[in-house]
Design a protein around this ligand. Structure first.
Ligand code: GLC
Length: 436
């Protein structure tokens, strides 16, 4: 073989070797990449998504999320702020679950949503994850709000109850006791208005949304009426008590005690109105107290709190609200989600959350907790109000039943239909819905 041929052959062998080692190294590299994927992935925190209203997001972000993430470095909580009305938030959760592939892991549920979400099969059953003893630390009504057909789908994160706030300073100056009856509320309002002490008497949430019904069940209770009996599914909307409740609300507007604008107000509009010193009374939730008592609030130190009024022979009741945490059945991280639920509903987290935002605890011990009571002296009183809270009907069809009442109530409060016709229609639509 000539020298040239020999060299050419050696070059060919070398090239073959080169391409084989190239392939070998490529395979080796791929192997390393494939092997290290789980490692890389495991270093990425698991992200738990949760949808929430903007006012609630603040106190979540301020403390408890940071603490949870510090204790659980592998988990990140991603709050997604939705609209500021519970029914709109519920619509977002609902459409995500119906369309499938929902991004939500944790479900921050209003007390009225659980039966629907559980009946639709969107939530994990949490019954076996928590003992009876652990549950006994929470208010019973809050725990019940997370149950459906005997199973537990949500652990109470915080409670809520409707209350009546009054301007203690003005009532004292004019020598009035806080009102006990609807009549007292109207009379004191008018007297203070006449004396020129205040522009308006009473503000309440009258917009067509869920808050309208929360406010309305309290007036209804005060007149001895009811909406839907959850056990018998009897509907009380066309009973005389309901018409009296509507007459009271209409009177507040007709008599100039409440501004006409209340029929467009949600919680925050009424709070701003009251907090700017324009009204003597407001029906709202306990979150208002720390805001109205803030350093820069003109009402600092000037408000009192009491249960909702009633007619003389009935007892008033605040509407039970409140939020619980559930886990979406579609979540890919149920283990991490349960860790989060456990932490956010723990006594430690709830104390911190409540100290920040003045929300109602769902753990009973916190109503008399020294740290909480020294900041919010009204909490022992709040426990009594919470214990007498009135429920909106805990039924799976609640969202539709609520929508019917919202529509007809709003129509009659804005004088588009008489109360009688409105409530006959609302009652019959509700009955036929519940018969289906
Ligand atoms: C509060 C209550 C909730 C209620 C809502 C109505 O957020 O906690 O239960 O449905 O107000 O606006």
């Amino acid at each position: 073989m000539s020298k040239v041929k020999e060299i050419k052959q050696q070059q060919k062998v070398l090239q073959k070797l080169k391409s084989r080692t190239g392939i070998f190294f490529a395979i080796l590299l791929l192997g390393i990449i494939l092997l290290s994927i789980p490692q890389v992935l495991s270093q990425q925190p698991v992200v738990l998504n949760m949808l929430i209203t903007p006012p609630d997001a603040q106190p979540w972000r301020q403390g408890i999320i940071k603490d949870f993430e510090a204790k659980n470095p592998g988990i990140h909580i991603n709050l997604i702020e939705g609209p500021n009305a519970t029914n709109l938030l519920e619509d977002l959760y609902t459409s995500a679950f119906i369309l499938g592939d929902s991004p939500y892991d944790l479900v921050n549920m209003d007390v009225i949503w659980t039966p629907k979400f559980a009946a639709a099969g969107w939530l994990l059953d949490l019954s076996d994850r928590i003992t009876k003893q652990e549950l006994a630390a929470f208010s019973l009504k809050d725990v019940e709000g997370g149950r459906y057909e005997g199973k537990l789908y949500g652990i109470p994160m915080r409670s809520d109850v409707g209350v009546l706030y009054y301007r203690q300073d003005l009532l004292q100056q004019a020598n009035f006791q806080p009102p006990e009856t609807f009549e007292d509320l109207l009379k004191i309002s008018q007297a203070l208005q006449k004396q020129g002490k205040i522009n308006w008497g009473y503000v309440w949430q009258g917009r067509q949304y869920e808050g309208l019904n929360a406010m309305f069940v309290e007036v209804l209770k005060g007149f001895g009426g009811f909406w839907v009996n959850p056990n018998t599914l009897e509907v009380g909307l066309d009973k005389p008590e309901t018409l009296k409740a509507i007459a009271f609300l209409k009177e507040t507007i007709q008599e100039g005690i409440s501004p006409r604008g209340v029929t467009t107000y949600q919680e925050e509009e009424t709070r701003r109105f009251f907090q700017s010193g324009q009204a003597a009374f407001i029906r709202s939730w306990p979150y208002l107290w720390p805001l109205a008592n803030a350093e820069d609030s003109p009402l600092k130190g000037k408000i009192g709190i009491k249960p909702m009024v009633s007619v003389p022979d009935e007892s008033g009741g605040g509407c039970l609200g409140g939020w619980r945490l559930g886990i979406a059945k579609s979540s890919r991280h149920p283990k991490e989600a349960w860790k989060a639920v456990k932490y956010f509903t723990s006594e430690e987290a709830q104390r911190q959350f409540i100290l920040k935002a003045g929300f109602v605890p769902s753990r009973r011990s916190l109503f008399n907790d020294p740290q909480i009571v020294s900041k919010y002296p009204h909490y022992p009183q709040l426990l009594k109000i919470a214990d007498k809270a009135v429920l909106r009907p805990p039924i799976a069809q609640y969202a539709q039943v609520s929508d019917i009442l919202q529509r007809y109530l709003s129509a009659t409060l804005t004088n588009r239909i008489t109360p009688e016709r409105a409530m006959q229609a609302a009652a019959s639509e509700t009955r036929s819905l519940l018969r289906r």
